[in-house]
Structures are given as C-alpha cells and as structure tokens.
Write a protein that binds this ligand. Structure first.
Ligand code: ATP
Ligand code: MG
Length: 211
C-alpha cells in the first residue's frame, strides 16, 4: 500500500454481511474519496456474546462473496487471525505500523457511536484515525439526544457524519428470518443468500439470537 493513501475500514461481525453494510461502505468510499475500503470481520467483538456467533470462516467467506464485484473493496482476516478479543485500536495500530503514511477512516453506524465510550483505549484511538458515522434507521442523529450523553466530548471533533439512504436491515433480523423460513432476498447479495442456503446456516437458532 502506497504512502499517502486514504483507506476506509468497516469493522463488524458480519453475521451475515448485508446491503446496509455494503451501501455504507460504498457511499463512504465515494464521499471521502477513499482509495480503498477494507471490511474487517471481528473474531470476538467485546460487546457481543460469542455464543451464537457463526464460525468465522463462514462470516469471512460471505464477505468475500458479497464484495467480489467491487474492485475497491477487500476483506482482511487480521482480526480473525489474532487471538482474543477484537479491538479496533489494535487493528488500526497494525495498519499504521505496516503502511506508514496512510490515513484511516473507520466507518461505524450510529448504534456503534452510542457505545463508543466502551471501546478499548478510546483516547489513543482518537489520535490514530478519524470516524465516519453513517445514519441508520431507528437511531436519531442529534448530538444532544439522550443516547449520546455518554459519548466523550472530544470524539465529536474526530467524527464526520454521512447520510446514507435508510436501509432498515440488520444481521439479527436476517438470522431470525432465515430461522423461521422467511425470505431474505434483496436484503443481502444473492451470492450470500445462496451461500446461506447451501450451508444451511442460521437454521438452528429457533428465531432466538443474540443482539
Ligand atoms: P447485528 O444485528 O448482528 O448486530 P448488524 O446488522 O448491526 O448486525 P454489524 O456487523 O453489527 O451488523 O455492524 C457492523 C457496522 O455496520 C456497525 O458499525 C453498524 O452500525 C453498521 N451497520 C449495520 N447495518 C447498518 C445499516 N443498515 N445501515 C447503516 N449502518 C449499518
Ligand atoms: Mg450490530
């Protein structure tokens, strides 16, 4: 990766990846003139109960399938290969050390912004990258809203907001729909839908799933 490049990173559990993730990534790439966009599936997100999360090889493969037609998108196994919890600060540090001179934007949805105060080494993280916060249906974008009370003041200086067309899609909803045999067509790329079917994923959760 050349010095001076600007990259975007979208982290997530991607259980499974869906059109909301893809749209957020593509609009961020265009608006912020990002040279490339890297999807990074988390091995063990600290804020999610590992129980019930699909094996990482399936989650990784579904991201690969979802992005195969977009040359600006790539996926990295860096968090899956690292032992223990997946902390964003470790991932960003790795990229900055491996590719000195690059600039990083980390993309999150508003729901993630609300709990950002729980992230490891947030103060240091804020000095390492900037954040693009994308709108998400059901979450209000108002700095004074009660849900943002715990967001540290200094973070507002490191954030850019990006309005994207509202897609009320979530992985948890997709998992629930698959489990009860409902259609998930057009919520995610058809290759991913096919992969879920072929591998009989999300069948045994009885509609109950972690949030
Ligand atoms: P789950 O329901 O399992 O939590 P999810 O749909 O929220 O899944 P994640 O993998 O948790 O997906 O999300 C990764 C990132 O993508 C988060 O920062 C989240 O806010 C953002 N994101 C997810 N879905 C959307 C969406 N529909 N619109 C905008 N941002 C989204
Ligand atoms: Mg989520």
């Amino acid at each position: 990766m050349e010095t001076g490049r600007t990259i975007g990173i979208l982290g997530g559990t991607f259980d499974p990846i869906h059109n909301g993730h893809l749209l957020a990534a593509e609009w961020a790439r265009e608006d912020f003139k990002l040279d490339e966009l890297i999807f990074i599936p988390a091995a063990r997100p600290p804020h999610k109960d590992l129980q019930g999360i699909l094996e990482s090889n399936h989650r990784y493969r579904m991201v690969e399938l979802a992005i195969e037609d977009n040359p600006d998108f790539s996926v990295s196994p860096i968090e899956l290969e690292r032992a223990g919890y997946s902390y964003t600060v470790d991932t960003i540090t790795h990229y900055l050390q491996t590719y000195p001179g690059i600039k990083i934007y980390f993309i999150i949805g508003i729901d993630a912004l609300q709990i950002i105060y729980t992230w490891k080494d947030l103060d240091r993280l804020l000095t390492l990258c900037r954040f693009i916060v994308v709108t998400r249906p059901g979450y209000e974008l108002d700095k004074n809203a009660a849900c943002f009370q715990s967001v540290p003041a200094e973070i507002w200086e490191r954030i850019e907001f990006l309005y994207i067309p509202a897609l009320e899609i979530s992985s948890s909803d997709i998992r629930r729909r698959v489990a009860v045999g409902k259609t998930v067509k057009y919520l995610l790329p058809s290759q991913v839908e096919k992969y879920i079917k072929e591998n009989c994923l999300y069948q045994d959760i009885n509609g109950e799933t972690y949030e």
